[in-house]
Design a protein around this ligand. Structure first.
Ligand code: BG6
Length: 465
């Protein structure tokens, strides 16, 4: 075997509540901001898909845990639906929601599967969204109460907690590109929301630690290495700024207890500096994560030539539909002419993951890392009860090789979660973009293991490949 992983390495896949559960109105669940966004702006979602049913995991979780076991995973990353526990975002707890997750965690554990649980994977209760969402400090307080309820009710079943999934990506799309709810382009609000997420994480982590809870708490960050499009001083400067805004704004407070100077200087010039109370400032000055989760899909290539704002994501999977991201006067993301791209125009670049891991190691050599998401969205069809997704096998293998190299170089990576366990509601991409080890027949919702599931099962069994 060429790539032997450390003993105890976690081999699993990931999902998020809104993307797989369905049961949107079942047993007292309240609406989330995504349910409402899809209802009010169906034109923004590919083929007007909705998260009402998705994979119906809420009703089929027993079958899904059987699949997880069948696929040989020893861990599973999932999220808890906040509006299933608190239909109004705060206040009365919905016991049926608690019971659902208790049953699910029990079943996972009795099948030898370690749950890695995210508290917030973008399904903000609509009641909070209507009062200003993450711009409103009330939401931070409600999140603290939600987190406390989760620790209280599931603390004996869960030992690995992530407070947030991808605060950067959700802020970017909610407050800059306007592609996700709340659909705004307001850069000042974006900086405040990005900071409020960090405050929310830090407060929850503090109470987790103070209460002496069993287990570890961290969060999952979307990280992308940022390369200058050319070697000019302008592009290099633009790339460094983009790195400060998209990567360092999030990992520096967590790992080092500070914000990147470059981003602070820009926000100061623009009048965007976030409001932070003295207490929160003190809190953010101390590292607060027991581990960091890395969600890695692709790198960025940055040009300083950006005349205006322009945002577009490929949601069709058509080769001729490019992603566009430009903030006027700052920078623009460009396509790598030498890059290899997926059907949704995301570059495939496994070395980028290695570079990120080494960067984290250099900052905090002792801090455990999980690759909490990594995967490839494809157009797929069932043939003979399976899908021949050799491209996914190659994608996963190359990224695992990069992780192995990083581990050899001293980065303490403890596990890998492929996105995703099953094809799911891919946000504004609807259902065409398929990511799963399990193919979901959209008519019957039957699950079929793809060829990649067998490859991964063997790698997990041998703890390497
Ligand atoms: C991450 C999210 O950004 O990427 C997942 O945490 C998401 O929820 C995944 O599904 C892939 O992105 P997309 O938009 O192609 O579904």
């Amino acid at each position: 075997m060429k790539y032997q992983f450390p003993e105890g390495f976690l081999w699993g896949s990931a999902t998020a509540a809104l993307q797989i559960e369905g049961g949107a109105a079942a047993d007292g669940r309240g609406p989330s901001v995504w349910d409402v966004f899809c209802r009010e702006h169906p034109e923004k979602i590919f083929e007007r898909a909705t998260p009402d049913v998705t994979c119906d995991h809420y009703h089929r979780y027993e079958e899904d845990v059987r699949w997880i076991r069948e696929l040989g995973h020893n861990a599973y990353r999932l999220s808890i639906s906040w509006p299933r526990l608190f239909p109004e975002g705060s206040g009365a707890l919905n016991q049926a929601g608690v019971d659902f997750y208790r049953r699910l965690f029990d079943l996972l554990r009795s099948n030898g599967v370690t749950p890695h649980v995210t508290l917030y994977h973008w399904d903000l209760p609509d009641a909070l969204a209507r009062r200003g969402g993450w711009e409103n400090p009330e939401t931070i307080a409600a999140f603290e109460a939600f987190a406390a309820a989760c620790f209280e009710h599931f603390g004996d079943q869960v030992e690995l907690w992530s407070t947030l999934n991808e605060p950067g990506w959700t802020t970017l799309n909610g407050y800059v590109t306007a592609l996700h709810p709340p659909g705004k382009t307001d850069l000042k609000a974006a900086v405040q929301v990005a900071t409020n997420f960090l405050i929310a994480h830090a407060r929850v982590a503090r109470s987790f630690h103070k209460a002496g809870r069993r287990g570890k708490i961290g969060l999952a960050l979307n990280l992308s290495p940022v390369y200058p499009a050319t070697d000019t001083a302008e592009d290099r400067q633009a790339a460094s700024l983009a790195d400060a805004i998209f990567n360092r704004w999030f990992f520096e407070p967590l790992l080092l207890g500070r914000f990147p100077e470059e981003a602070l200087a820009l926000y100061n010039r623009c009048g965007f500096l976030p409001e932070i109370s003295a207490d929160d400032r003190a809190l953010l000055a101390a590292p607060s994560a027991d581990f960091v989760g890395v969600n890695y899909y692709y790198p960025h290539h940055v040009s300083a030539e950006a005349s205006g704002n322009d945002f577009h994501l490929n949601t069709s999977g058509r080769q001729d539909e490019n992603c566009r991201f430009s903030i006027g006067g700052l920078f623009r993301f460009v396509r790598n002419p030498r890059g290899q791209y997926t059907d949704w125009a995301w570059e495939i670049h496994p070395d980028g993951l290695y570079e990120l891991l080494i960067r984290l190691r250099d900052l905090r050599p002792d801090l455990p890392v999980y690759v909490t998401e990594n995967g490839i969205g494809r157009v797929e069809e069932l043939a003979g009860g399976t899908v021949d997704d050799q491209e996914r096998i190659d994608f996963v293998r190359l990224h695992l090789e990069a992780i192995h190299r990083a581990i050899q170089a001293g980065c303490p990576v403890r596990g890998y979660f492929m996105w995703a366990l099953m094809d799911n509601f891919s946000w504004i991409n609807g259902f065409k973009k398929r990511y799963g080890f399990l193919f979901i027949d959209r008519q019957t919702l039957a699950r079929y293991p793809k060829k990649s599931a067998a490859w991964f099962r063997e790698a997990a069994r041998r703890n390497g490949f």
